[in-house]
Ligand binder design. Structure first.
Ligand code: MBD
Ligand code: FE
Length: 290
């Protein structure tokens, strides 16, 4: 394969991710009980404040018609590219997560991002996440225990894990990957333990050719999230935790474009003494339902 056709393939994959994220979100939202209904008073308060904040900004910064029309064109393109989930999860979700988890004890959480899919294939407490036979990347063993804040183990806790491949692509969003590649649900054993075999994900770059990429380039920002693995951990009578874990030494741990890195979420991988690759222990502590 020539260098150019490789670039074209990568771009084509990136271009599809936004549209897929919008379609997936729409479906999931339709399945929720409330259908996403917010009461009139909150809509009036929040929409009113948001509109006022933007008007204040226009006056304060003396926004020109040229700038206003550039904004209009860009907002239209965000929708056309299906990049509203990407835009919102990168630049807003971290504050929503902060508010939502203010009072929680136990492990820290962070944002979900645009690439979660429900109902991934289920496995026992120790197993290999679905991957291609020749999946590129450093083999990575992730083990630990789920406990309650009281210290009591939580047998049968479920860990949903999803992450990008060695090129930074997510299955079901970038085309050409098996449906459940690098996505799985693992059920902790009697002691609340799990041991999951996977590969180390690559850093994630916001697609450059979509509206979000266009904004990043126009502003002269960088487009990177550090390499990360996503988790949802649940156990009966406990609060669900949505989290991401990161790898020391990643150049973007300190300037994640999605502002989702926290010191508590840094892994400490070590060479695996038993086989090729690395291993790490990370425990999840869940807050009881209140
Ligand atoms: C990702 O992989 C991600 O986790 C977030 C939050 C935003 C964009 C891509
Ligand atoms: Fe991600």
């Amino acid at each position: 394969m020539s260098e150019n056709s490789f670039t074209a393939e990568v771009d084509a994959k990136a271009a599809d991710s936004g549209a897929n994220a919008s379609a997936q979100f729409r479906e999931r939202q339709a399945r929720t009980a409330s259908g996403g209904v917010v009461d009139h008073e909150r809509v009036s308060l929040l929409a009113g404040k948001a509109i006022k904040a933007l008007n204040d900004l226009v006056i304060e910064e003396q926004v020109s018609y040229e700038e206003y029309n550039a904004l209009k064109a860009w907002l239209i393109k965000v929708g056309e590219d299906g990049e509203w989930p990407l835009f919102l999860d990168v630049w807003l979700e971290h504050s929503v997560e902060e508010v939502a988890n203010e009072d929680r004890e136990g492990s820290k959480g962070t944002i979900e991002g645009p690439y979660y899919v429900t109902d991934s294939p289920e496995f026992a407490w120790n197993g290999t996440i679905p991957m291609r036979p020749d999946e590129p990347g450093t083999p990575f063993v992730f083990k630990g225990q789920v406990t309650s804040v009281s210290g009591e183990p939580l047998p049968g806790a479920k860990l949903e894990l999803w992450h990008a491949d060695n090129l930074g692509f997510y299955s079901q969003f970038a085309p050409g990957l098996p449906e459940w590649n690098l996505r799985g649900t693992f059920v902790a054993n009697e002691a609340g333990e799990y041991e999951i075999h996977t590969i180390r994900p690559a850093p994630y770059q916001i697609p450059t050719e979509g509206a979000c990429g266009q904004l990043i380039e126009a502003a002269g920002w960088h487009a990177w999230r550090p390499a990360h693995m996503h988790f949802k951990v649940h156990a009966p009578d406990h609060q669900l935790i949505t989290s991401q874990l990161y790898f020391p030494g990643d150049p973007h741990n300190d300037d994640d474009i999605a502002s989702a890195v926290k010191p508590e979420l840094m892994l400490d991988p070590q060479p695996n003494p038993d086989t090729e690759g690395e291993m790490v222990t990370y425990n999840f502590v869940l807050d009881p339902q209140r």
